[in-house]
Every structure is written in C-alpha cells, then in structure tokens.
Design a protein around this ligand. Structure first.
Ligand code: SF4
Length: 72
C-alpha cells in the first residue's frame, strides 16, 4: 500500500488536484482540498491506496506542494 498525505494548512485552493480527478479530490467546506475517503488528523489528511499514480500526478501539479506520496 502507498500512503498519501495532504497537509491542508499549505493548500492554496488552486484546484489542480480536483481538476486531475474530482472523484478522488474535492474541496471541503473551508475551501481547502481533501481526499475522498481520507482520515483527518489535525489538519492533515491521510489515505492508503494500492495505485498511487493519480495521487503522484496531483502531487506534481500541487501549487502548495502539500501532497506527499510515501511508497515504501
Ligand atoms: S493541488 Fe494542492 S494546493 Fe491546489 S487545491 Fe489541491 S491540495 Fe490544494
């Protein structure tokens, strides 16, 4: 499994992740991005996935550099 982390404090609300896949990323009520199905710990969203390719694309396009992909 691959762990994806989204540090919401650093989200600029640019929408690049949502444009890449709006079934995986969405905006929360505070206009910061969140990952569908993620667990929130403080203002950090965490999600485990089998296929991280879309999340890696989103991380590469993220203007806030707040999406991290941990593939061990
Ligand atoms: S791409 Fe990054 S900065 Fe832009 S909305 Fe998504 S998480 Fe926020």
């Amino acid at each position: 499994m691959v762990e994806i982390v989204l540090e919401r404090d650093d989200c600029t609300s640019c929408g690049n992740c949502v444009e890449i896949d709006e079934t995986l990323f969405t905006f929360d009520s505070d206009d910061k991005a969140t990952m569908v199905g993620a667990q929130r710990d403080d203002d950090m969203d965490e999600l485990e996935v089998e296929d991280a390719s879309i999340y890696q694309q989103a991380a590469d396009a993220c203007s806030g550099e707040c999406i991290e992909v941990y593939d061990d």
